[in-house]
Design a protein around this ligand. Structure first.
Ligand code: SAH
Length: 383
């Protein structure tokens, strides 16, 4: 009999499991808190559970954990990047980001950036993860375990989560939302839904679904251009969901939830930082109250980009500030994000698992996996 992995089960699923073993329902609550609140690695640690039940659990269940393979800490800002190995040998990264000094509530805030897929199929031209290709979706257990494992290494409580690591959360909607259900439960990791942000490259249907389901987490859209043709060049997903479709979906989302979405916007020199781009934003803000996060473009030269991708350059700082202040003049809330973790390639879009080989060969070697029908077991290990 194969033993069931309990990490990643919701409280309801744990109840069904303990009942299937002929045990009382309340046992599920105990398991839930041991697995997620206390981060237990084994059933033997669960000292308030009877020896008999623990022995039954050892025969019928497992607690699958990510294996920490490497950890790098930025000497400049303390950002910590974790490299985890999954049970099938594939690898993912998560990043722990301390709040910028002097930002409001900085001493309390600690944010973890989570991966939702191994690699990513979307192939955005500016993103390192895209160069890895796509291997598979993560399970809810693998998503939640990133938080449990990172918490062990953190000096204080992780307070915020951003689903902005490797992968596209909306392509793994079910497992992502299940992980949110587990993480936000006050008997579990107890991170408030309002402190959790899910970021998407732009799936209009899923944005509507989040609104219909009254998901309480925050929503961010990686916009990067309001010009449909330009956005297609940056983000091929725009061929499927146009800028207009996305704006309509976000209008719907705002009307139903009354929550303002955040727009992520990387400024590329001379490409999406012109006065016309400002004008488009101002027009948009008349339809949807906008919060804009300006992200500095982090170089992905280590992936050896060619063509259009190689020509993308960051907007100079004085222009970034001028762009931000023009938006602010139109009552748009603007944040200019810092480059936390850039020195250890832990910044946005730099999460491409690399070959740590002598000779410095780097991860640009595309992982050769089928994008159309990824089969478990047929993927090529990334390292
Ligand atoms: N697929 C999701 C989440 C992962 S990407 C999404 O697209 O939102 C997380 C964020 O990092 C996105 O806003 C993405 O556009 C940004 N990003 C990707 N590559 C980047 C780079 N090289 N420099 C700066 N930001 C980048």
């Amino acid at each position: 009999m194969t033993r069931k992995n309990l990490k990643g089960l919701t409280l309801k699923e744990l109840r069904e499991f303990v009942e299937s073993l002929g045990e009382k329902k309340y046992r599920a609550g105990q398991l839930f808190s041991w697995i997620y609140a206390k981060g237990a690695n084994s059933f033997d640690e669960m000292t308030d559970i009877s020896k008999e039940f623990r022995s039954l659990l050892n025969h019928t269940a497992i607690l699958d954990s990510l294996e920490l393979v490497a950890k790098s800490v930025s000497p400049t800002d303390g950002t910590t990047k974790f490299l985890f190995k999954l049970h099938d040998g594939l690898r993912i990264e998560s990043v722990l980001i301390p709040a910028e000094e002097n930002s409001p509530g900085a001493e309390k805030r600690l944010t973890l950036c989570l991966s939702t897929q191994v690699g990513c199929p979307l192939d955005c031209s500016f993103c390192a993860t895209g160069t890895m290709g796509f291997s598979r979706n993560l399970t809810a257990g693998e998503i939640v375990d990133q938080v449990i494992q990172a918490q062990r290494h953190a000096h204080r409580r992780i307070t915020n989560l951003v689903y902005m690591g490797m992968g596209e959360p909306m392509l793994n909607y079910g497992e992502v939302m299940k992980s949110v259900e587990i993480i936000t439960d006050d008997r579990s990791l107890n991170i408030g839904a309002r402190h959790v942000t899910i970021s998407t490259a732009g799936y209009a249907d899923k944005i509507r679904q989040m609104a219909d389901e009254h998901q309480k987490v925050k929503l961010a859209l990686s916009l990067h251009s309001l010009h449909n043709e330009k956005r297609k060049q940056l983000m091929p997903i725009t061929k499927k969901h146009s800028v207009d479709d996305l704006v309509q979906a976000l209008e719907y989302y705002y009307r139903r939830t009354r929550r303002r979405p955040t727009f992520e916007y990387i400024l590329f020199d001379g490409f999406n930082d012109t006065d016309e781009d400002i004008h488009r934003f101002v027009k948009l803000s008349k339809r949807i109250p906008c919060k804009v996060n300006i992200i500095p473009f982090h170089s992905i030269d280590f992936t050896q980009p060619t063509g259009f991708a190689a020509a993308l350059k960051p907007t100079p700082l004085n222009r970034v500030e001028a762009f931000a202040s023009a938006l602010r003049k139109s009552n748009i809330t603007v944040m200019i994000r810092s480059s936390a973790g850039e020195d250890i390639e832990a910044a946005c879009g730099q999460l491409a698992v690399k070959e740590a080989q002598a000779g410095g060969r780097r991860a640009r070697q595309r992982v050769q996996v089928s994008r159309s029908s990824p089969k478990a077991g047929s993927t090529v290990p990334i390292m």
